[in-house]
Write a new protein. Structure first.
Length: 278
């Protein structure tokens, strides 16, 4: 039986992903070296991908992503989610005065697919296509909380990376945190991705009621006062409710967002459910 890692389709995808990562294009020798295959084999793969429209060969013999790849990408579900979410995210940014991002869960990683820039001079910089461990980010935690404990455990790697001293790297502690998120309806991460960054996120449900994406607000930790957290959480819940209506998701009972009483010092760690709703 053929090894799947050496199959033609995997080799072709390796080449396509290699070229896609280079906006200015790559030549045959560069692609061959990058994917670790002989030039003759890569040349055949390139020919097939060009014939099908997934790659384009320029006059300087460099290869770039073709129109067909763009067409396929535009048919993906997350593109439609992004189109619907864009005006809601823009309004959210105006409401909370912080930047917002839309992300998807891929295994145990969170992938950013859309950004609404922060109007603040001091902001958290995200990039479309950026991939980070889900358990470190509020968006990832919100989407993991939308799964059952069994589904989460099935996804967990043998070891959860500890990105900062505040990162939860114990499966048991992670499940406890996910249960808190399920109760309050939004995730809060303080210093778990970057020590000076806080994030708040809410999952977005699709037509079948399952979470398909999450909107998150990331901001400097020093700006996360209890009042600002309350304002952001309320804005996120309202924003996701609007997007879900557009997607045709089932209607659910709205969660209350009440004033927290903990101090800014305690906001440096991931707040408990009681602290978030107190």
């Amino acid at each position: 039986m053929q090894n799947p890692s050496r199959s033609g389709i995997n080799s072709g995808l390796d080449v396509l992903e290699c070229v896609a990562a280079a906006p200015r294009g790559l030549g045959l020798a560069e692609i061959s070296q990058s994917v670790g295959k002989a030039k003759s084999s890569v040349h055949q793969l390139l020919g097939s991908l060009v014939d099908r429209g997934y790659l384009h060969k320029q006059l300087d013999r460099r290869y770039t992503v073709g129109v067909k790849a763009w067409e396929i990408g535009c048919k993906a579900t997350f593109v439609e989610i992004g189109r619907i979410a864009e005006p809601y995210m823009a309004e959210l940014v105006r409401t909370v005065d912080e930047g917002a991002s839309l992300g998807l869960l891929d295994g145990m990683h969170m992938v950013c697919i859309q950004i609404a820039e922060s109007p603040q001079a001091v902001r958290v910089h995200n990039h479309v296509g950026e991939r980070n461990p889900a358990h470190c980010l509020s968006g990832g935690v919100a989407l993991l909380a939308a799964l059952s404990d069994a589904e989460v455990l099935a996804r967990l790697p043998k070891r959860l990376p500890k990105v900062t001293p505040e990162t939860i790297d114990n499966p048991h502690d992670l499940l406890i945190e996910l249960n808190r998120v399920r109760k309050v309806g939004y995730a809060v991460c303080c210093g778990t991705w970057r020590t000076d960054v806080a994030g708040i996120a809410v999952a977005i449900r699709g037509v079948e009621g399952r979470a398909i994406a999450a909107i998150s607000i990331a901001l400097p930790l020093e700006r996360l006062t209890p009042a600002h957290l309350q304002r952001i959480a309320a804005g996120l819940l309202s924003t996701t409710a609007g997007i879900e209506r557009q997607l045709g998701a089932p209607v659910s009972s709205p969660l209350r967002v009440e004033r927290r009483t903990n101090t800014r010092k305690s906001a440096r760690r991931a707040p408990t459910a009681a602290e978030q709703m107190a």
